[in-house]
Design a protein around this ligand. Structure first.
Ligand SMILES: [Zn+2]
Length: 236
């Protein structure tokens, strides 16, 4: 009996020790796992706002050959650009995700622009890229051109224009451009680097043929993303 009790006591003691050991290991592992999670928890994603110009009752300019609407091409280009940013680890916020205008009811350009600026303000982005298509009286002008307004936007504008010259303009039309500074409401976002990219001249049939091709839009969007990401990483 004594022996049995002693054995039982020993077994209980061993059991308690084992349980304590298991708990200790468990707690240690739990703490380690937490530390590991903390160490590898992703940093907040950098945000970019992409602004597809026009939309709804405001089609923008139209293609000289096909009559394609600028608002449609802007949206398609903006959505592809957003997807590329998202797959590169950015948060991409669009000022519009569909064909409709940013404001309900009768079209009001002032309200539309204010709604876009409000989206930008709320997103607190690292950069703003507004997508448009260009037009000129004559059919000769071509190419991708970058526009900006503020001092805070100048180096992004220069970096983007330089990269788009090397990858898009020089190969397709043999020349590049300087970015153009002007007073553009959507590109005036205080300290946030903001640019307008006029992706093609819809008044030129060659540019129009290029930009209505989804493969060309994908290439252009890829180069816009690459140059912007390099700029944001400080390696422009
Ligand atoms: Zn436009």
């Amino acid at each position: 009996m004594f022996k049995v009790v002693k054995l039982r006591t020993l077994l209980i003691a061993a059991g308690v020790l084992l349980a304590v050991a298991v708990i200790a290991v468990g707690v240690t592992l739990g703490v380690r796992a937490k530390e590991a999670r903390a160490a590898f928890s992703p940093l907040p994603k950098p945000t970019v706002v992409i602004d597809a110009g026009h939309g709804g009752a405001d089609p923008g300019v139209t293609g000289v050959k096909t009559g394609v609407k600028e608002s449609d091409l802007n949206l398609k280009t903006a959505l592809v650009l957003g997807d590329i940013f998202a797959s590169a680890g950015y948060k991409a916020v669009q000022t519009r995700y569909g064909e409709a205008s940013t404001v309900e009811g009768a079209f009001d350009k002032t309200a539309d622009m204010a709604a876009r600026r409000e989206t930008i303000r709320r997103a607190e982005p690292e950069a703003v890229i507004s997508i448009h298509m260009n037009k000129y009286e004559g059919p000769s002008r071509r190419g991708v051109q970058v526009f900006y307004t503020t001092d805070a936007s100048e180096s992004l504008a220069i970096a983007l224009q330089k990269h788009l010259d090397q990858t898009m303009n020089v190969p397709t039309l043999g020349r590049g451009f300087d970015p153009i500074r002007g007073d553009y409401y959507i590109a005036d976002n205080g300290d946030v680097p903001s640019v307008i990219i006029e992706c093609a001249f819809l008044s030129n049939p060659i540019d129009e043929a290029l930009i209505i091709d989804p493969d060309y839009r994908l290439r252009l969007a890829t180069e816009i993303q690459v140059a912007t990401a390099r700029y944001l990483n400080g390696s422009a």
